[in-house]
Design a protein around this ligand. Structure first.
Ligand SMILES: [Ca+2]
Ligand SMILES: [Ca+2]
Length: 79
């Protein structure tokens, strides 16, 4: 394997890992959504200090619950 092939291989592995990170985010969301209704309520968020502290920022549309998209945006922000 020459240097260029190695670089391409590394980029491929990095992309695989990035994909894995996305999967673990939704896993986190699923874990927090205790009743499985597709949104995290304030009660469900209470188990996670970080989530509670940033609640008003995460609940972008202020409807009192955090949907998957709002949660991903928060995860993206806190990276
Ligand atoms: Ca829920
Ligand atoms: Ca919301």
């Amino acid at each position: 394997m020459n240097r260029k092939q190695l670089t391409i291989a590394s980029a491929f592995v990095a992309a695989l890992f990035a994909g894995g990170a996305v999967a673990s985010e939704s896993e986190q969301f699923t874990k927090l959504d205790a009743n499985g209704d597709g949104a995290i309520s304030m009660e469900e968020a209470a188990v996670d200090n970080k989530l509670t502290e940033a609640w008003s920022a995460i609940d972008a549309n202020q409807d009192g619950k955090v949907e998957s998209a709002e949660f991903s945006a928060f995860e993206e922000m806190s990276k």
